[in-house]
Write a protein that binds this ligand. Structure first.
Ligand code: NDP
Length: 299
């Protein structure tokens, strides 16, 4: 039997619409949420991400402040900009686009962002708050995965979840969020023994590995929910010479035959990331103004 396809594109559009409605209500009170995005250098993929973030921020009715700095920007100049944004009351969220050029210390830069404006949720304070079950800014991609899982399964309590990947950006915060929803969580990584067998025990598999189509259908327990975070570009000779296509970390063709529900790539987790960035900016703005937070848009 074929799995239910989790339509992340449609769900993300719904999140953006809810954010926009809430922003419109805030504007009636004279409050406009603002997101500052800082891009250092000319990495082409980062330029596309930053442009999309700016466009969607404006579409949601928020202010977008883009700061494009040359690749050779010094750490001192970048830290000075962050200090200025931390102090600016019109800026509720600050995002520094990663990766940074090699001469800049990303940890130092991220930890210079005010934790209450850290809409990426990467500041060490937010990592600690999430890990201790306190109110945090939650990293956007795992937050998006959690929203899709809750929508698909309702309560996650007591389910066995396997997160494949232990990065600070996806794997670890994803595991914390699942633990927060009372899953029994296993974090797998490149040293995990018998990964297929570990995955076969899971009611929920979240794949965040960066290896195209690695998780096969026979690793999936029949009826399990599969969330594919991976975005990998592979050659697509069927589309013409030199053409590429996007695939996830899950072998969709075999997994869809076994899973109960599965996210496609593209159109699954991907669109949720920017939607959750907008949601986090709105949450940060509400917190800054001591207003109730939007329901269903936080962890
Ligand atoms: P990282 O490279 O930082 O982490 C990958 C993780 O996968 C590591 O923990 C690594 O283990 C583990 N891993 C690598 N190879 C294997 C293997 N053969 N078996 C088991 N585990 C393995 O990647 P990210 O977490 O940043 O990203 C993961 C994927 O998600 C990528 O495809 C990325 O493009 C995508 N992504 C998508 C986003 C979206 O918006 N949809 C946002 C962010 C990322 P170890 O620690 O032992 O090395």
């Amino acid at each position: 039997m074929s799995a239910r396809i989790i339509d992340g594109k449609a769900f993300a559009a719904g999140v953006r619409a809810r954010v926009a409605e809430h922003v419109a209500r805030l504007k009636e009170q004279g409050i406009v949420p603002g997101l500052a995005v800082v891009l250092v250098g000319e990495d082409p993929a980062s330029q596309v991400y930053v442009r999309n973030k700016g466009l969607q921020t404006v579409e949601a009715g928020m202010n977008s402040f883009e700061h494009k700095l040359p690749a050779e920007t010094s750490e001192a100049d970048l830290l000075a900009l962050i200090a200025q944004l931390n102090a600016d009351p019109a800026v509720h969220g600050i995002l520094v686009q990663l990766p940074l050029p090699a001469h800049l210390n990303a940890d130092l830069v991220i930890n210079a962002i005010s934790p209450v404006k850290d809409v990426d949720g990467f500041h060490i304070s937010n990592v600690g708050l999430l890990g201790t079950g306190q109110k945090a800014m939650v990293p956007c991609t795992p937050l998006g995965c959690l929203m899709l899982l809750r929508d698909t399964l309702g309560s996650l309590s007591g389910l066995n979840a396997v997160v494949v990947g232990r990065s600070n950006i996806v794997g670890k915060p994803m595991a914390q969020l699942l633990l927060g929803d009372s899953c029994t969580v296993t974090i797998a990584h490149s040293r995990t023994k018998d990964l297929p067998e570990v995955c076969r025990r899971a009611d929920i598999v979240v794949a965040a590995v960066g290896r195209p189509q690695m998780v096969k259908g026979d690793w999936i327990k029949p009826g399990a929910t599969v969330i594919d975070v991976g975005i990998n570009r592979i050659p697509a000779p069927e589309k013409g010479e030199g053409k590429m296509r996007l695939v996830g970390d899950v072998d969709f063709a075999s997994a869809v035959e076994v899973a109960g529900a599965i996210t496609p790539v593209p159109g699954g987790v991907g669109p949720m990331t920017i939607a959750c960035l907008l949601a986090n900016t709105l949450t940060a703005c509400c917190r800054a103004n001591h207003l109730p937070e939007p329901e269903g848009l936080t962890a």
